[in-house]
Design a protein around this ligand. Structure first.
Ligand SMILES: Cc1cc2nc3c(=O)[nH]c(=O)nc-3n(C[C@H](O)[C@H](O)[C@H](O)COP(=O)(O)OP(=O)(O)OC[C@H]3O[C@@H](n4cnc5c(N)ncnc54)[C@H](O)[C@@H]3O)c2cc1C
Length: 312
């Protein structure tokens, strides 16, 4: 068990919102997760840089967009969470076919903005319920499109609040995986689009949303696909073939509609969800000989920090 990271964080001169012991269940699409020691929602880029500069050098920092690919354990997170969703939301057009999106812009807005500007290529982002920054971190993709196939450059911030413009060659990008310089996070993406037609873009968006609602559970708390597809196969097909659709542990259930989704059926804890992930993984490995790798990022402590434990 780790104690709360209690080193002093000066928090002077900040304009954003700094909350202590903030339940991460409020910031994840699974609606589970214990408290973060500190949760900072910056007012803007300068405010964010000022916050990062004030942190002790060994403060753990986790950037969170819309928490749509994140399982935060019930004991919460030590250190600082930086919330970008709803902030870092600037949109600029530095070139005819290049648009710069702040890391906090929702993917759906990226898709619609490009389509309405008569630029093609970003339509697939419309149904991905995360931010531009989260899409960069995950190389999010759907219906044959992938985030990094659009990226011409990214802007990053390091733990000293320094901003850099980086080229795609600074990153190793693969299916749902991106590796780049350590201790740097995305603050903006420059996307290169193709000239297109507004009506065709809007129609394509409508079509992709319809296809999604036919095949995926909507209106329930989930994190999208839990496991990456193994080479040449589909995680959902393998899980379904093991008879796991509808299997529940506590309040966490494998979706009846799409076997690679785990839904919070009401009162799930992060421990329920993680136990179900382990169960699915072990079942598929035992019965089909395939070891599935989680796509969702699992973070945080299983137990609360000692100061948070309450006694009846
Ligand atoms: C219903 C549903 C459907 C989904 N469908 C798809 C789909 O079709 N395709 C797909 O790829 N995904 C899908 N997802 C998963 C998820 O939406 C994507 O992975 C998305 O890109 C995550 O974005 P986010 O802002 O929510 O990131 P978060 O969940 O907040 O964070 C995910 C990871 O990215 C890191 N991160 C976030 N922001 C930054 C930043 N600015 N800089 C550096 N690191 C950062 C976090 O630390 C974390 O490790 C779906 C999820 C749901 C709930």
């Amino acid at each position: 068990m780790m104690a709360e990271s209690s080193k002093p964080v000066a928090a002077t001169g900040l304009r954003g919102k700094l909350r202590r012991h903030e339940p991460m269940a409020r910031h994840t699409s699974w609606r589970v997760g214990g408290p973060a020691d500190r949760c900072f929602e910056p007012a803007d880029i300068e405010d964010l840089a000022a916050y990062l500069r004030q942190l002790p050098a060994d403060e753990p920092v986790l950037w969170v967009g819309l928490g749509s690919n994140l399982l935060v354990r019930d004991g919460g997170l030590r250190g600082s969470v930086i919330l970008t969703g709803g902030v870092l939301d600037g949109i600029e057009r530095p070139g005819d076919t290049i648009i710069k999106f702040g890391a906090g812009v929702p993917c759906a807005k990226v898709a619609r903005h490009c389509a309405n500007a008569g630029l093609a290529g970003a339509e697939f982002l419309v149904g991905i319920p995360g931010t531009m920054g989260g899409a960069l971190a995950m190389n999010a993709g759907a219906f044959g499109g992938e985030t990094w196939s659009l990226v011409s450059a990214v802007e990053t911030m390091d733990c000293q609040g320094r901003v850099r413009l980086r080229q795609t060659t600074d990153y190793r990008v693969a299916y749902r995986s991106v590796q780049g310089p350590a201790n740097e996070w995305f603050i903006a993406a420059h996307l290169r689009l193709r000239p297109g037609d507004v009506n065709a873009g809007v129609a394509r968006i409508r079509e992709l949303l319809a296809r999604r609602s036919e095949t995926q559970p909507t209106g329930v708390a989930s994190c999208g696909s839990v496991f990456r597809n193994p080479p040449g196969d589909f995680a959902g097909r393998l899980i379904e073939s093991c008879g796991l659709k509808g299997h529940c542990i506590g309040g966490a259930c494998v979706s009846e509609k799409h076997a690679n989704f785990i839904v919070n059926a009401g009162r799930a804890t992060a421990a329920d969800i993680e136990a179900l992930i382990v169960h699915v993984r072990e079942s598929v490995e035992r019965e089909r000989g395939v070891r599935l790798e989680p796509e969702v990022h699992i973070v945080g402590e299983r137990e609360p920090a000692p100061e948070q434990v309450t006694h009846d």
